[in-house]
Design a protein around this ligand. Sequence first.
Ligand SMILES: Nc1ncnc2c1ncn2[C@@H]1O[C@H](COP(=O)(O)OP(=O)(O)OP(=O)(O)O)[C@@H](O)[C@H]1O
Ligand SMILES: [Mg+2]
Length: 387
Amino acid sequence: MARIRSLLLLSGAVALASRLSWRMGWQCARSAAAHKRSRGIIQHASDAIISTDEHQTILQANPSAATMFGTTVQTMEGSPLQQFIPRDQRLSNEPAGTRYFGNTGIRLRMKGRRASDYAVTGLKASGQYFPLEGSISSLAENGHRIYTIILRDITERKQVQEQLEQSYSQLRELSAALQTIREEERKHIARELHDDLGQLLATLRVDLALLQQQHSNDVAARKLQAGMDELLMSAITSLRRIASNLRPRALDEGGLYFALESLRQEFVARYGIACTLDANEEDLILDDAYSTAIFRIAQEALTNITRHAEARKVLLSLYRTDGLLQITIHDDGRGIAEKDMDKASSFGLIGMRERVWALHGDIAIVSDGGTRIMIRLPLPPPQENAA
Ligand SMILES: Nc1ncnc2c1ncn2[C@@H]1O[C@H](COP(=O)(O)OP(=O)(O)OP(=O)(O)O)[C@@H](O)[C@H]1O
Ligand SMILES: [Mg+2]
């Protein structure tokens, strides 16, 4: 009886073992297929994929990685990662406490198995350095850490980026140069109008006055002379207005403070909007480039207020602190919307920004129960800053 029971137990155990081994075999086959599949994916991926052990020895590299570094998969596998991503080429100005991927210099910003982006410099077999971007992930395998690095050569993108930055800065220089030329031309035309045409009209008026003094009894002639005098007077007024719009004389004769003060007075008289100029005359003794830029910025801001703000009160304040000129233009109108600041066909705010940037300053425009334009301009030391 005991024999039969042990025979039965044995046959049960054999059946269980064979079932288990069939299952394990099936699982093995399944994991082998998965392994083969993932190897295939890695082999055919267009991104460079490298996996290393915790000592940064390359365990596996795909053909894209070999092509990228100008070498072969065989050469890469078993080599130190340092050979392709040298530590001394790591990025400068990294934040303190940055963890590194072993000794490679690759910045690790990921935790656990999460992949994250990084940027490093690669070294081709030919000795050429090139910029790389990618991500690292790590996982534990049999108690060891395996790192998988996916890399992308960003040489072309960097070049395009550099070209873009270069052309952007050229555009800025061009815009600053055009602004200067425009100001010079305006100044020139305003002076010609005032000194040349203005003088001529003034002389004509004096001559006319002499003619009028010759007590002519001809009523028609006297009427004509009076009419001529009126016309001459309005020609002189128009000419002054045109010249002043081109270039306020106060900018050249009295300085920025007086130019802003006359701008303020004209604004109040013309639009009936209260406007305060809060500034010291001494703070605004600046050279022509600064005076002109600040005047044009204030002029554009006031024009915008009349056109868009529906404001009742405006404050224009300019103060000098520690080598900086702080300019604030605030109105209590409807405020400026975010989308208004980048309107395609609007150039006022763009021009304002360009003028500030050309003088290495910064500008912020915010909506705070109205519109507030805040500008900080670093000023040159006083000796270079003769008015
Ligand atoms: N003080 C303000 N209050 C409210 N909205 C403003 C103010 N200033 C500007 N805006 C908004 O910002 C937009 C852009 O202003 P910007 O000066 O660049 O262009 P613009 O005045 O429309 O045209 P222009 O090119 O003739 O100056 C304006 O169209 C307006 O909608
Ligand atoms: Mg405008």
